[in-house]
Design a protein around this ligand. Sequence first.
Ligand code: G1P
Length: 278
Amino acid sequence: MISKCLFPVAGYGTRFLPATKAMPKEMLPVVNKPLVQYAVEEAVEAGLSDIGFVTGRGKRAIEDHFDISYELEKEIAGSTKVELLKDVNNLIEHNEFAFTRQVHMKGLGHAVLSGRNLMGDNPFAVVLADDLCVPDEGDIGVLAQMVKIYNQFRCSVVAIQEVPADEVHKYGVIAGEDMGNGLYRVNNMVEKPAKEDAPSNLAIIGRYILTPDIYERIEATPAGVGGEIQITDALLQQAKEGCVIAYKFRGKRFDCGSIDGFVEATNYVYENLYKKGR
Ligand code: G1P
């Protein structure tokens, strides 16, 4: 059983400056809820109740968000506003939250390794909160879909999506044997390839389930693209042994790390979730 989920949240969010000068990018609200809360809700829906954050300097607001604010509670007690804090208070009440710091920003692989003390030697999920995933109406979330796949294969699982050829350079890109039902057994993966070097147009989006042998692979992974230790490079070592499954998920994904994706997400959530009370 997987019960743990890691949220690497140490990144600077420079694309959103000046908004992210003094505020973590994961706290940017899509309508009235911060990105990181959507992500934690998705994990909890997937049955993951041990929530770990790899944070960094200037990210304290995330810890405060997943804690009781007694002053505020006292202020709004007895008013209709109490309802607005119900969901986050439920998360706090029924799940465990732990935080560790990534002292040096050396990439996503390094962030995952920094979370080892929180995740332990167990399979665990990794969620990048700036990829906002919204399930189709009546369907389960992307992470819940991936937990089912992990339970079937007991291998690392990455979520993928087809992207236009001129966008592959923004992603980790996989190639693999098509097993049907949106599943691929990965045999190659490249982080941020140039269009002409990409093994396909199947891009990894920010949802992973990792088996604990990933740690030793990360330790053995030299700095890659951008001088950073890439999770994609470490996963390639697992893939060479046949144990990485890529999954074309059901649902919508918004790249909230970009202004366009963020605005799109805001419009979609407002029309389809917020106004309909979903
Ligand atoms: C990271 C990963 C990349 C993945 C992407 C998904 O890149 O390194 O493989 O495709 O997330 O959002 P980043 O967007 O942090 O540069």
